[in-house]
Design a protein around this ligand. Structure first.
Ligand code: G6P
Length: 608
Protein backbone atom coordinates (compact mmCIF):
# COMPACT_ATOMS: atom_id res chain seq x y z
CA UNK A 1 0.00 0.00 0.00
CA UNK A 2 2.33 2.72 -1.34
CA UNK A 3 6.07 2.38 -1.20
CA UNK A 4 8.38 5.17 -0.12
CA UNK A 5 12.12 5.43 -0.46
CA UNK A 6 14.61 8.19 0.36
CA UNK A 7 18.35 8.44 -0.17
CA UNK A 8 21.11 10.58 1.26
CA UNK A 9 24.74 9.77 0.50
CA UNK A 10 27.67 10.44 -1.80
CA UNK A 11 26.27 8.84 -4.94
CA UNK A 12 23.69 10.03 -7.45
CA UNK A 13 20.35 9.57 -5.74
CA UNK A 14 18.21 9.07 -8.85
CA UNK A 15 19.22 5.56 -9.97
CA UNK A 16 19.21 4.39 -6.37
CA UNK A 17 15.71 5.76 -5.78
CA UNK A 18 14.39 4.28 -9.03
CA UNK A 19 15.84 0.89 -8.18
CA UNK A 20 14.27 1.13 -4.72
CA UNK A 21 10.91 2.06 -6.25
CA UNK A 22 11.01 -0.96 -8.56
CA UNK A 23 11.61 -3.20 -5.58
CA UNK A 24 8.68 -1.57 -3.78
CA UNK A 25 6.37 -1.53 -6.77
CA UNK A 26 4.48 -4.55 -5.47
CA UNK A 27 3.16 -2.32 -2.68
CA UNK A 28 1.32 -0.07 -5.12
CA UNK A 29 1.70 0.68 -8.78
CA UNK A 30 -0.83 3.15 -10.09
CA UNK A 31 1.45 6.20 -10.20
CA UNK A 32 4.92 7.19 -9.09
CA UNK A 33 7.19 10.17 -8.54
CA UNK A 34 10.61 11.32 -7.47
CA UNK A 35 11.99 14.51 -5.87
CA UNK A 36 15.70 15.31 -6.22
CA UNK A 37 17.38 17.99 -4.14
CA UNK A 38 20.35 19.71 -5.80
CA UNK A 39 21.81 23.20 -5.48
CA UNK A 40 19.08 24.09 -2.99
CA UNK A 41 16.37 23.32 -5.53
CA UNK A 42 13.84 20.51 -5.44
CA UNK A 43 13.10 18.99 -8.82
CA UNK A 44 9.99 16.81 -8.92
CA UNK A 45 8.91 14.40 -11.69
CA UNK A 46 5.66 12.43 -11.42
CA UNK A 47 3.69 10.16 -13.65
CA UNK A 48 0.51 8.11 -13.75
CA UNK A 49 1.14 4.40 -14.27
CA UNK A 50 4.15 2.27 -13.51
CA UNK A 51 7.72 3.24 -12.63
CA UNK A 52 8.68 2.70 -16.27
CA UNK A 53 6.37 5.59 -17.26
CA UNK A 54 8.08 7.77 -14.68
CA UNK A 55 11.49 6.87 -16.08
CA UNK A 56 10.55 7.96 -19.58
CA UNK A 57 9.60 11.41 -18.25
CA UNK A 58 12.86 12.09 -16.41
CA UNK A 59 15.17 14.80 -17.76
CA UNK A 60 18.69 15.70 -16.67
CA UNK A 61 17.40 18.07 -14.01
CA UNK A 62 18.58 17.05 -10.57
CA UNK A 63 20.67 14.26 -12.06
CA UNK A 64 23.63 15.06 -9.83
CA UNK A 65 21.55 15.24 -6.65
CA UNK A 66 22.75 13.04 -3.82
CA UNK A 67 19.58 13.54 -1.78
CA UNK A 68 16.06 12.61 -2.81
CA UNK A 69 12.77 10.93 -2.02
CA UNK A 70 10.45 8.82 -4.19
CA UNK A 71 7.08 7.10 -4.04
CA UNK A 72 5.01 4.43 -5.75
CA UNK A 73 1.31 4.90 -5.10
CA UNK A 74 -1.80 2.86 -4.41
CA UNK A 75 -4.54 5.45 -4.58
CA UNK A 76 -6.84 6.04 -1.64
CA UNK A 77 -7.88 9.70 -2.00
CA UNK A 78 -7.94 10.97 -5.56
CA UNK A 79 -7.61 9.10 -8.83
CA UNK A 80 -4.24 7.73 -9.93
CA UNK A 81 -2.95 10.69 -11.99
CA UNK A 82 0.16 12.78 -12.36
CA UNK A 83 -1.19 15.57 -10.21
CA UNK A 84 -2.19 13.25 -7.37
CA UNK A 85 1.09 11.31 -7.49
CA UNK A 86 3.68 11.92 -4.77
CA UNK A 87 6.02 13.62 -3.92
CA UNK A 88 3.81 16.53 -2.96
CA UNK A 89 5.29 19.95 -2.32
CA UNK A 90 4.55 23.05 -0.32
CA UNK A 91 3.20 26.08 -2.19
CA UNK A 92 6.62 27.72 -2.42
CA UNK A 93 8.15 24.48 -3.70
CA UNK A 94 10.74 24.43 -0.90
CA UNK A 95 9.50 21.31 0.90
CA UNK A 96 8.66 17.90 -0.61
CA UNK A 97 7.08 14.89 1.03
CA UNK A 98 6.21 11.27 0.30
CA UNK A 99 3.57 9.55 2.40
CA UNK A 100 2.16 6.09 2.96
CA UNK A 101 -1.04 5.98 5.02
CA UNK A 102 -4.15 8.11 5.39
CA UNK A 103 -4.58 11.57 6.89
CA UNK A 104 -8.05 11.09 8.33
CA UNK A 105 -8.68 14.71 9.30
CA UNK A 106 -7.47 16.12 5.99
CA UNK A 107 -10.70 17.99 5.35
CA UNK A 108 -10.41 19.92 8.61
CA UNK A 109 -6.75 20.61 7.93
CA UNK A 110 -7.51 21.76 4.38
CA UNK A 111 -10.08 24.25 5.72
CA UNK A 112 -7.54 25.48 8.25
CA UNK A 113 -4.95 25.93 5.48
CA UNK A 114 -7.46 27.81 3.31
CA UNK A 115 -8.09 30.16 6.20
CA UNK A 116 -4.34 30.84 6.18
CA UNK A 117 -4.48 31.55 2.44
CA UNK A 118 -2.91 28.22 1.42
CA UNK A 119 -4.70 26.37 -1.37
CA UNK A 120 -4.29 22.66 -1.99
CA UNK A 121 -3.97 21.70 -5.63
CA UNK A 122 -4.58 17.96 -5.54
CA UNK A 123 -7.38 15.61 -4.49
CA UNK A 124 -5.12 13.82 -2.04
CA UNK A 125 -5.17 13.70 1.73
CA UNK A 126 -1.36 13.85 1.67
CA UNK A 127 -0.99 17.32 0.27
CA UNK A 128 -2.41 18.93 3.42
CA UNK A 129 0.48 17.47 5.39
CA UNK A 130 3.20 19.02 3.26
CA UNK A 131 1.31 22.33 3.17
CA UNK A 132 1.00 22.20 6.94
CA UNK A 133 4.74 21.57 7.30
CA UNK A 134 5.31 24.56 4.99
CA UNK A 135 2.97 26.63 7.15
CA UNK A 136 4.90 25.79 10.34
CA UNK A 137 8.34 26.02 8.72
CA UNK A 138 10.79 28.50 10.14
CA UNK A 139 14.33 27.40 9.28
CA UNK A 140 13.94 24.06 11.03
CA UNK A 141 12.38 21.24 9.04
CA UNK A 142 12.56 18.79 11.95
CA UNK A 143 10.48 21.11 14.12
CA UNK A 144 8.04 21.91 11.32
CA UNK A 145 7.41 18.20 10.69
CA UNK A 146 6.89 17.65 14.40
CA UNK A 147 4.46 20.57 14.65
CA UNK A 148 2.50 19.38 11.64
CA UNK A 149 2.30 15.78 12.81
CA UNK A 150 0.84 16.94 16.10
CA UNK A 151 -2.16 18.21 14.12
CA UNK A 152 -2.63 15.03 12.12
CA UNK A 153 -5.03 12.17 12.80
CA UNK A 154 -4.51 8.98 10.84
CA UNK A 155 -1.59 6.88 9.74
CA UNK A 156 1.67 7.78 8.10
CA UNK A 157 5.11 6.74 7.09
CA UNK A 158 6.72 9.87 5.64
CA UNK A 159 10.00 11.17 4.28
CA UNK A 160 10.47 14.92 3.92
CA UNK A 161 13.15 17.12 2.34
CA UNK A 162 13.60 20.88 2.44
CA UNK A 163 15.51 22.97 -0.12
CA UNK A 164 16.70 25.22 2.69
CA UNK A 165 18.22 22.32 4.65
CA UNK A 166 19.62 20.13 1.88
CA UNK A 167 21.75 18.01 4.20
CA UNK A 168 18.92 15.99 5.73
CA UNK A 169 15.87 13.82 5.34
CA UNK A 170 13.26 13.84 8.08
CA UNK A 171 11.23 10.65 8.45
CA UNK A 172 8.39 9.69 10.78
CA UNK A 173 5.94 6.87 11.24
CA UNK A 174 2.63 6.04 12.81
CA UNK A 175 0.82 2.98 11.58
CA UNK A 176 2.82 2.61 8.33
CA UNK A 177 6.21 0.89 8.35
CA UNK A 178 9.51 2.73 7.92
CA UNK A 179 13.04 1.40 7.99
CA UNK A 180 16.41 3.13 7.85
CA UNK A 181 19.15 1.28 5.98
CA UNK A 182 22.65 2.14 7.17
CA UNK A 183 25.19 1.86 4.36
CA UNK A 184 28.76 2.95 3.86
CA UNK A 185 28.53 6.75 3.94
CA UNK A 186 24.91 6.61 2.86
CA UNK A 187 21.42 6.00 4.24
CA UNK A 188 18.28 4.69 2.60
CA UNK A 189 14.93 5.15 4.26
CA UNK A 190 12.14 2.94 2.92
CA UNK A 191 8.80 1.26 3.57
CA UNK A 192 10.44 -2.13 3.66
CA UNK A 193 13.78 -3.82 3.43
CA UNK A 194 13.44 -4.89 -0.22
CA UNK A 195 14.30 -1.32 -1.28
CA UNK A 196 17.36 -1.30 0.95
CA UNK A 197 19.13 -4.62 0.70
CA UNK A 198 20.89 -3.81 -2.54
CA UNK A 199 22.90 -1.23 -0.58
CA UNK A 200 23.04 -2.60 2.94
CA UNK A 201 21.72 -5.30 5.23
CA UNK A 202 22.07 -3.13 8.36
CA UNK A 203 18.76 -1.58 9.32
CA UNK A 204 17.01 0.26 12.13
CA UNK A 205 13.22 -0.01 12.44
CA UNK A 206 11.29 3.11 13.43
CA UNK A 207 8.46 2.39 15.87
CA UNK A 208 5.08 4.08 15.85
CA UNK A 209 5.25 7.65 17.05
CA UNK A 210 8.94 8.00 16.25
CA UNK A 211 10.85 10.37 13.99
CA UNK A 212 14.33 10.30 12.49
CA UNK A 213 16.61 12.99 11.17
CA UNK A 214 19.08 11.49 8.74
CA UNK A 215 22.20 13.32 7.54
CA UNK A 216 25.46 12.22 5.97
CA UNK A 217 26.98 12.05 9.45
CA UNK A 218 24.42 9.66 10.90
CA UNK A 219 20.88 9.63 12.11
CA UNK A 220 19.06 10.63 15.28
CA UNK A 221 15.79 9.08 16.37
CA UNK A 222 13.30 10.56 18.78
CA UNK A 223 9.63 10.49 19.70
CA UNK A 224 7.24 12.98 18.17
CA UNK A 225 7.71 14.95 21.39
CA UNK A 226 11.47 15.15 20.76
CA UNK A 227 12.49 12.66 23.44
CA UNK A 228 15.63 10.91 22.08
CA UNK A 229 15.28 7.17 21.35
CA UNK A 230 18.18 4.79 20.85
CA UNK A 231 17.78 2.33 18.00
CA UNK A 232 19.31 -1.09 17.76
CA UNK A 233 20.88 -1.78 14.36
CA UNK A 234 19.72 -5.15 13.03
CA UNK A 235 20.73 -7.43 10.19
CA UNK A 236 18.09 -8.01 7.47
CA UNK A 237 17.45 -11.70 7.01
CA UNK A 238 16.87 -12.02 3.29
CA UNK A 239 19.18 -11.47 0.36
CA UNK A 240 18.86 -9.89 -3.07
CA UNK A 241 18.64 -13.14 -5.02
CA UNK A 242 15.58 -14.08 -2.98
CA UNK A 243 13.69 -11.13 -4.43
CA UNK A 244 14.74 -11.59 -8.05
CA UNK A 245 12.92 -13.61 -10.67
CA UNK A 246 15.58 -16.32 -11.01
CA UNK A 247 14.55 -17.29 -14.56
CA UNK A 248 10.79 -17.27 -13.94
CA UNK A 249 8.43 -15.08 -15.96
CA UNK A 250 6.60 -13.88 -12.88
CA UNK A 251 7.19 -13.72 -9.16
CA UNK A 252 3.99 -15.68 -8.64
CA UNK A 253 5.36 -18.58 -10.73
CA UNK A 254 8.68 -18.39 -8.92
CA UNK A 255 6.92 -18.45 -5.57
CA UNK A 256 4.59 -21.34 -6.53
CA UNK A 257 7.53 -23.44 -7.72
CA UNK A 258 9.63 -22.47 -4.73
CA UNK A 259 7.20 -24.14 -2.32
CA UNK A 260 9.09 -27.40 -1.84
CA UNK A 261 11.98 -25.27 -0.56
CA UNK A 262 9.98 -22.63 1.30
CA UNK A 263 8.01 -25.34 3.10
CA UNK A 264 11.21 -27.18 3.94
CA UNK A 265 12.52 -23.93 5.43
CA UNK A 266 9.35 -23.46 7.48
CA UNK A 267 9.56 -26.99 8.86
CA UNK A 268 13.32 -27.01 9.29
CA UNK A 269 14.54 -27.67 12.83
CA UNK A 270 11.02 -27.79 14.19
CA UNK A 271 9.99 -31.43 13.69
CA UNK A 272 11.17 -33.92 16.26
CA UNK A 273 10.45 -37.23 14.58
CA UNK A 274 12.05 -39.16 17.43
CA UNK A 275 9.96 -37.88 20.33
CA UNK A 276 6.91 -37.12 18.24
CA UNK A 277 6.90 -33.47 19.13
CA UNK A 278 7.38 -30.03 17.64
CA UNK A 279 9.81 -27.26 18.63
CA UNK A 280 8.55 -23.75 18.06
CA UNK A 281 11.13 -21.55 19.76
CA UNK A 282 9.14 -18.32 19.43
CA UNK A 283 6.25 -19.52 21.57
CA UNK A 284 8.09 -21.89 23.87
CA UNK A 285 7.37 -19.72 26.91
CA UNK A 286 3.67 -19.62 26.11
CA UNK A 287 3.03 -23.26 25.18
CA UNK A 288 1.43 -23.85 28.57
CA UNK A 289 -0.92 -20.84 28.28
CA UNK A 290 -1.87 -21.96 24.81
CA UNK A 291 -2.56 -25.55 25.76
CA UNK A 292 -4.74 -24.35 28.67
CA UNK A 293 -6.53 -21.65 26.71
CA UNK A 294 -10.30 -21.69 26.90
CA UNK A 295 -10.56 -20.28 23.43
CA UNK A 296 -8.26 -19.49 20.52
CA UNK A 297 -9.18 -16.71 18.11
CA UNK A 298 -7.34 -16.52 14.79
CA UNK A 299 -7.52 -13.16 13.14
CA UNK A 300 -6.32 -12.15 9.68
CA UNK A 301 -7.33 -10.78 6.29
CA UNK A 302 -7.24 -12.16 2.74
CA UNK A 303 -5.31 -15.32 2.06
CA UNK A 304 -4.01 -15.32 5.63
CA UNK A 305 -7.65 -15.53 6.75
CA UNK A 306 -8.06 -18.67 4.64
CA UNK A 307 -4.98 -20.11 6.35
CA UNK A 308 -6.70 -19.25 9.63
CA UNK A 309 -9.77 -21.21 8.52
CA UNK A 310 -7.58 -24.26 7.94
CA UNK A 311 -6.15 -23.50 11.40
CA UNK A 312 -9.61 -23.59 12.94
CA UNK A 313 -10.17 -27.10 11.57
CA UNK A 314 -6.68 -28.21 12.64
CA UNK A 315 -6.93 -26.83 16.17
CA UNK A 316 -10.29 -28.41 16.90
CA UNK A 317 -9.37 -31.68 15.20
CA UNK A 318 -5.82 -32.19 16.46
CA UNK A 319 -5.42 -29.97 19.54
CA UNK A 320 -9.09 -30.23 20.63
CA UNK A 321 -9.14 -26.55 21.51
CA UNK A 322 -12.25 -24.39 20.92
CA UNK A 323 -11.18 -22.13 18.06
CA UNK A 324 -12.73 -19.29 16.11
CA UNK A 325 -11.62 -17.26 13.15
CA UNK A 326 -12.43 -13.61 12.64
CA UNK A 327 -11.68 -11.02 10.02
CA UNK A 328 -9.40 -8.59 11.83
CA UNK A 329 -11.40 -5.71 10.39
CA UNK A 330 -14.53 -6.97 12.19
CA UNK A 331 -12.82 -8.06 15.36
CA UNK A 332 -11.26 -4.68 16.03
CA UNK A 333 -14.51 -2.74 15.87
CA UNK A 334 -17.02 -5.07 17.40
CA UNK A 335 -15.88 -4.83 21.01
CA UNK A 336 -15.24 -8.57 21.27
CA UNK A 337 -15.69 -10.45 24.53
CA UNK A 338 -12.24 -11.53 25.61
CA UNK A 339 -11.38 -13.08 28.93
CA UNK A 340 -8.24 -14.38 30.59
CA UNK A 341 -8.46 -17.69 28.86
CA UNK A 342 -8.58 -16.26 25.32
CA UNK A 343 -5.51 -16.30 23.12
CA UNK A 344 -5.44 -14.25 19.92
CA UNK A 345 -3.29 -15.49 17.07
CA UNK A 346 -2.77 -13.01 14.25
CA UNK A 347 -1.72 -14.41 10.89
CA UNK A 348 -0.05 -12.09 8.41
CA UNK A 349 2.57 -12.46 5.71
CA UNK A 350 3.66 -8.83 5.80
CA UNK A 351 3.11 -8.23 9.50
CA UNK A 352 1.87 -4.78 8.48
CA UNK A 353 -1.80 -5.25 7.53
CA UNK A 354 -3.54 -2.35 9.24
CA UNK A 355 -6.62 -4.23 10.40
CA UNK A 356 -4.66 -7.22 11.67
CA UNK A 357 -2.32 -4.95 13.59
CA UNK A 358 -5.27 -3.08 15.10
CA UNK A 359 -6.84 -6.41 16.13
CA UNK A 360 -3.63 -7.37 17.96
CA UNK A 361 -3.61 -4.04 19.75
CA UNK A 362 -7.27 -4.36 20.72
CA UNK A 363 -6.69 -7.88 22.02
CA UNK A 364 -3.77 -6.68 24.13
CA UNK A 365 -5.77 -3.78 25.55
CA UNK A 366 -8.34 -6.33 26.65
CA UNK A 367 -5.63 -8.35 28.37
CA UNK A 368 -5.43 -11.30 26.01
CA UNK A 369 -2.24 -13.03 25.08
CA UNK A 370 -1.54 -12.01 21.47
CA UNK A 371 0.65 -14.18 19.27
CA UNK A 372 1.69 -13.68 15.67
CA UNK A 373 2.31 -16.03 12.76
CA UNK A 374 4.29 -13.71 10.53
CA UNK A 375 6.69 -13.83 7.61
CA UNK A 376 8.40 -10.45 7.66
CA UNK A 377 10.96 -10.42 10.44
CA UNK A 378 10.91 -7.18 12.42
CA UNK A 379 7.50 -6.13 11.04
CA UNK A 380 5.14 -4.18 13.25
CA UNK A 381 2.88 -7.11 14.20
CA UNK A 382 5.94 -9.27 14.86
CA UNK A 383 7.25 -6.65 17.25
CA UNK A 384 3.97 -5.81 18.93
CA UNK A 385 2.67 -9.31 19.60
CA UNK A 386 3.66 -11.01 22.86
CA UNK A 387 5.41 -13.80 20.99
CA UNK A 388 5.23 -15.46 17.63
CA UNK A 389 6.33 -17.89 15.01
CA UNK A 390 8.06 -16.81 11.84
CA UNK A 391 7.25 -18.51 8.54
CA UNK A 392 10.83 -18.36 7.19
CA UNK A 393 9.49 -18.78 3.65
CA UNK A 394 11.50 -15.86 2.27
CA UNK A 395 10.15 -12.59 0.87
CA UNK A 396 6.93 -12.90 -1.12
CA UNK A 397 6.72 -10.38 -3.95
CA UNK A 398 3.78 -11.58 -6.09
CA UNK A 399 0.67 -9.75 -4.89
CA UNK A 400 -1.32 -13.00 -4.86
CA UNK A 401 -0.05 -14.90 -1.86
CA UNK A 402 1.06 -18.49 -2.52
CA UNK A 403 4.11 -19.71 -0.63
CA UNK A 404 3.19 -17.66 2.42
CA UNK A 405 -0.17 -19.47 2.52
CA UNK A 406 1.37 -22.95 2.54
CA UNK A 407 3.91 -21.87 5.15
CA UNK A 408 1.14 -20.37 7.31
CA UNK A 409 -0.75 -23.66 7.10
CA UNK A 410 2.44 -25.58 7.90
CA UNK A 411 3.01 -23.46 11.01
CA UNK A 412 -0.61 -23.90 12.08
CA UNK A 413 -0.30 -27.65 11.59
CA UNK A 414 2.85 -27.76 13.72
CA UNK A 415 1.27 -25.63 16.43
CA UNK A 416 -1.83 -27.85 16.47
CA UNK A 417 0.36 -30.94 16.86
CA UNK A 418 2.43 -29.32 19.58
CA UNK A 419 -0.66 -28.32 21.55
CA UNK A 420 -2.30 -31.64 20.79
CA UNK A 421 0.65 -33.37 22.43
CA UNK A 422 0.03 -31.38 25.61
CA UNK A 423 -3.59 -32.46 25.51
CA UNK A 424 -5.00 -35.60 23.90
CA UNK A 425 -2.67 -36.54 21.06
CA UNK A 426 -0.68 -39.69 21.70
CA UNK A 427 2.97 -39.97 20.85
CA UNK A 428 2.16 -42.52 18.14
CA UNK A 429 -0.48 -40.28 16.54
CA UNK A 430 1.82 -37.26 16.62
CA UNK A 431 4.71 -39.32 15.36
CA UNK A 432 2.83 -40.43 12.30
CA UNK A 433 1.62 -36.89 11.51
CA UNK A 434 5.13 -35.47 11.93
CA UNK A 435 6.65 -38.15 9.72
CA UNK A 436 4.07 -37.32 7.03
CA UNK A 437 4.66 -33.60 7.49
CA UNK A 438 8.38 -34.02 6.87
CA UNK A 439 7.57 -35.52 3.45
CA UNK A 440 5.26 -32.72 2.36
CA UNK A 441 7.94 -30.70 0.47
CA UNK A 442 8.68 -33.67 -1.81
CA UNK A 443 5.00 -34.28 -2.39
CA UNK A 444 4.51 -30.63 -3.39
CA UNK A 445 7.25 -31.16 -5.96
CA UNK A 446 5.29 -34.05 -7.52
CA UNK A 447 2.15 -31.92 -7.82
CA UNK A 448 4.06 -29.09 -9.51
CA UNK A 449 4.94 -31.52 -12.32
CA UNK A 450 1.30 -31.34 -13.42
CA UNK A 451 1.60 -27.65 -14.28
CA UNK A 452 1.37 -28.21 -18.06
CA UNK A 453 -1.70 -30.46 -17.71
CA UNK A 454 -3.38 -27.84 -15.58
CA UNK A 455 -2.60 -25.21 -18.19
CA UNK A 456 -4.14 -27.30 -21.00
CA UNK A 457 -7.26 -27.87 -18.90
CA UNK A 458 -7.65 -24.19 -18.06
CA UNK A 459 -7.23 -23.25 -21.71
CA UNK A 460 -10.52 -24.97 -22.52
CA UNK A 461 -12.48 -22.70 -20.16
CA UNK A 462 -10.53 -19.50 -20.54
CA UNK A 463 -13.47 -17.55 -21.94
CA UNK A 464 -15.76 -18.50 -19.03
CA UNK A 465 -16.51 -15.60 -16.70
CA UNK A 466 -17.95 -17.56 -13.75
CA UNK A 467 -16.36 -20.39 -11.80
CA UNK A 468 -17.33 -22.24 -8.64
CA UNK A 469 -14.92 -23.86 -6.18
CA UNK A 470 -16.39 -26.43 -3.81
CA UNK A 471 -15.06 -28.58 -1.00
CA UNK A 472 -16.02 -30.04 2.37
CA UNK A 473 -14.12 -30.21 5.66
CA UNK A 474 -10.46 -29.35 5.23
CA UNK A 475 -11.16 -28.78 1.55
CA UNK A 476 -13.60 -25.95 2.19
CA UNK A 477 -10.95 -23.32 3.06
CA UNK A 478 -9.03 -24.45 -0.01
CA UNK A 479 -12.12 -23.89 -2.16
CA UNK A 480 -12.22 -20.30 -0.85
CA UNK A 481 -8.52 -19.81 -1.50
CA UNK A 482 -8.77 -21.30 -5.02
CA UNK A 483 -11.58 -18.90 -5.89
CA UNK A 484 -9.71 -15.92 -4.43
CA UNK A 485 -6.57 -16.76 -6.41
CA UNK A 486 -8.53 -16.96 -9.66
CA UNK A 487 -10.49 -13.76 -9.20
CA UNK A 488 -7.64 -11.61 -7.94
CA UNK A 489 -5.23 -12.22 -10.81
CA UNK A 490 -7.41 -13.16 -13.80
CA UNK A 491 -10.48 -10.99 -12.99
CA UNK A 492 -12.74 -14.00 -13.58
CA UNK A 493 -15.66 -14.07 -11.19
CA UNK A 494 -15.21 -17.04 -8.87
CA UNK A 495 -16.95 -18.15 -5.70
CA UNK A 496 -15.75 -20.67 -3.17
CA UNK A 497 -18.05 -22.36 -0.66
CA UNK A 498 -18.74 -25.58 1.22
CA UNK A 499 -19.90 -28.13 -1.35
CA UNK A 500 -23.16 -28.72 0.51
CA UNK A 501 -24.01 -25.02 0.44
CA UNK A 502 -24.24 -25.10 -3.36
CA UNK A 503 -27.77 -26.49 -3.12
CA UNK A 504 -28.92 -23.48 -1.13
CA UNK A 505 -28.79 -21.06 -4.02
CA UNK A 506 -25.59 -21.14 -6.08
CA UNK A 507 -26.74 -24.25 -7.94
CA UNK A 508 -29.05 -21.90 -9.85
CA UNK A 509 -25.96 -20.47 -11.54
CA UNK A 510 -24.87 -23.76 -13.03
CA UNK A 511 -25.49 -23.89 -16.73
CA UNK A 512 -24.07 -25.69 -19.69
CA UNK A 513 -20.29 -25.57 -19.68
CA UNK A 514 -19.80 -23.71 -16.40
CA UNK A 515 -16.49 -24.78 -14.85
CA UNK A 516 -16.81 -26.09 -11.30
CA UNK A 517 -13.71 -27.06 -9.35
CA UNK A 518 -14.18 -29.74 -6.70
CA UNK A 519 -11.56 -30.51 -4.12
CA UNK A 520 -12.53 -34.13 -3.79
CA UNK A 521 -9.75 -35.92 -1.97
CA UNK A 522 -10.15 -39.20 -0.09
CA UNK A 523 -11.52 -38.56 3.36
CA UNK A 524 -14.61 -39.01 5.45
CA UNK A 525 -16.80 -36.85 3.21
CA UNK A 526 -15.58 -38.22 -0.11
CA UNK A 527 -18.81 -40.02 -1.05
CA UNK A 528 -20.88 -36.93 -0.32
CA UNK A 529 -18.64 -34.84 -2.58
CA UNK A 530 -19.06 -37.35 -5.38
CA UNK A 531 -22.81 -36.85 -4.94
CA UNK A 532 -22.33 -33.08 -5.30
CA UNK A 533 -20.27 -33.62 -8.43
CA UNK A 534 -23.14 -35.61 -9.96
CA UNK A 535 -25.51 -32.75 -9.18
CA UNK A 536 -23.29 -30.34 -11.09
CA UNK A 537 -22.77 -32.71 -14.02
CA UNK A 538 -26.47 -33.34 -14.46
CA UNK A 539 -26.94 -29.58 -14.95
CA UNK A 540 -24.26 -29.31 -17.63
CA UNK A 541 -21.43 -28.08 -15.40
CA UNK A 542 -17.88 -29.09 -16.30
CA UNK A 543 -16.03 -30.59 -13.37
CA UNK A 544 -12.36 -30.10 -12.67
CA UNK A 545 -11.35 -32.16 -9.64
CA UNK A 546 -8.42 -32.22 -7.27
CA UNK A 547 -8.29 -35.83 -6.12
CA UNK A 548 -6.13 -38.37 -4.35
CA UNK A 549 -3.68 -40.37 -6.43
CA UNK A 550 -5.04 -43.72 -7.63
CA UNK A 551 -8.64 -42.61 -7.27
CA UNK A 552 -10.12 -44.11 -10.41
CA UNK A 553 -13.78 -43.38 -9.64
CA UNK A 554 -13.28 -39.66 -10.00
CA UNK A 555 -12.12 -40.03 -13.60
CA UNK A 556 -15.61 -41.16 -14.56
CA UNK A 557 -17.31 -38.07 -13.19
CA UNK A 558 -14.79 -35.26 -13.81
CA UNK A 559 -13.58 -33.81 -17.11
CA UNK A 560 -10.15 -33.12 -15.66
CA UNK A 561 -8.43 -34.54 -12.60
CA UNK A 562 -5.35 -33.13 -10.86
CA UNK A 563 -3.84 -35.56 -8.42
CA UNK A 564 -2.23 -35.12 -5.04
CA UNK A 565 -0.31 -37.85 -3.19
CA UNK A 566 -2.20 -39.62 -0.41
CA UNK A 567 -1.69 -37.93 3.00
CA UNK A 568 -3.78 -37.81 6.20
CA UNK A 569 -6.71 -35.40 5.93
CA UNK A 570 -5.25 -32.68 8.19
CA UNK A 571 -2.25 -32.39 5.88
CA UNK A 572 -4.22 -32.26 2.64
CA UNK A 573 -4.58 -28.44 2.55
CA UNK A 574 -0.81 -28.19 2.11
CA UNK A 575 -1.18 -30.10 -1.16
CA UNK A 576 -4.67 -29.43 -2.52
CA UNK A 577 -4.02 -25.71 -2.84
CA UNK A 578 -1.07 -26.20 -5.22
CA UNK A 579 -3.10 -27.19 -8.33
CA UNK A 580 -5.44 -24.28 -7.64
CA UNK A 581 -2.55 -21.80 -7.47
CA UNK A 582 -1.35 -23.15 -10.82
CA UNK A 583 -4.85 -22.99 -12.26
CA UNK A 584 -5.19 -19.31 -11.34
CA UNK A 585 -1.69 -18.53 -12.58
CA UNK A 586 -2.24 -20.12 -15.99
CA UNK A 587 -5.67 -18.52 -16.35
CA UNK A 588 -4.19 -15.07 -15.70
CA UNK A 589 -1.32 -15.61 -18.14
CA UNK A 590 -3.67 -16.94 -20.82
CA UNK A 591 -5.92 -13.91 -20.39
CA UNK A 592 -2.95 -11.57 -20.69
CA UNK A 593 -3.30 -10.18 -17.16
CA UNK A 594 -0.49 -8.64 -15.16
CA UNK A 595 0.02 -11.58 -12.82
CA UNK A 596 2.28 -9.97 -10.25
CA UNK A 597 0.53 -6.62 -10.16
CA UNK A 598 -3.20 -7.21 -10.54
CA UNK A 599 -5.37 -4.15 -10.99
CA UNK A 600 -6.55 -2.32 -7.86
CA UNK A 601 -4.60 -4.59 -5.49
CA UNK A 602 -1.58 -4.07 -3.30
CA UNK A 603 0.61 -6.54 -1.51
CA UNK A 604 0.55 -4.92 1.86
CA UNK A 605 -2.70 -3.27 2.90
CA UNK A 606 -1.59 -0.69 5.43
CA UNK A 607 -4.82 1.29 5.33
CA UNK A 608 -8.02 0.00 6.88
C1 G6P B 1 -3.57 -8.23 0.68
C2 G6P B 1 -2.82 -9.19 -0.22
C3 G6P B 1 -3.23 -10.62 0.11
C4 G6P B 1 -3.01 -10.91 1.57
C5 G6P B 1 -3.73 -9.90 2.46
C6 G6P B 1 -3.31 -10.03 3.91
O1 G6P B 1 -4.91 -8.23 0.34
O2 G6P B 1 -3.07 -8.90 -1.58
O3 G6P B 1 -2.45 -11.51 -0.67
O4 G6P B 1 -3.45 -12.19 1.87
O5 G6P B 1 -3.40 -8.58 2.06
O6 G6P B 1 -1.96 -9.69 4.00
P1 G6P B 1 -0.98 -10.16 5.14
O7 G6P B 1 0.33 -9.49 4.82
O8 G6P B 1 -1.56 -9.65 6.43
O9 G6P B 1 -0.89 -11.63 5.10
Amino acid sequence: MCGIVGYIGQKRARPILLEGLKRLEYRGYDSAGIALLHNRRINITRSAGRISSLETKLTDQGLDATVGIAHTRWATHGIPSEINAHPHKSTNGQIALVHNGIIENYRTLRTFLEQQGITCNTETDTEVLVQLIGHFYSNNIEQAVRDALHEVQGTYGIAVISAEEPDRIVAARKGSPLIIGIGDGEYVVASDASAIIERTTQVAYLADGEMAVITLDGFRTMTLDAVPVTKEVQEVEFSLDQIELAGHKHFMAKEIFEQPQSLANTLSGRLDTRDGTIHLGGVVNYARDLARAKRIIFTAQGTAWHAGLVGEYLFEDIAKLPTELEYASEFRYRNPLIDDGTVIIAISQSGETADTLAAVREAKVKGALALGIINMVGSTIARESDAGIYLHCGPEIGVASTKAFTSQVAVLTMLAIQLGRRRFLSQAQAHSLIAELSEIPDKVKQILEQSDDIQSAVEQYIDRENWLFLGRGYNYPIALEGALKLKEISYIHAEGMPAAEMKHGPIALINDGMPVVFIATKGNQYEKVIGNIEEVRSRGGKVLAVATQADNTIKDVAEHVFYIPDVPEPLQPLLTVIPLQLLAYHAAVLRGCNVDKPRNLAKSVTVE
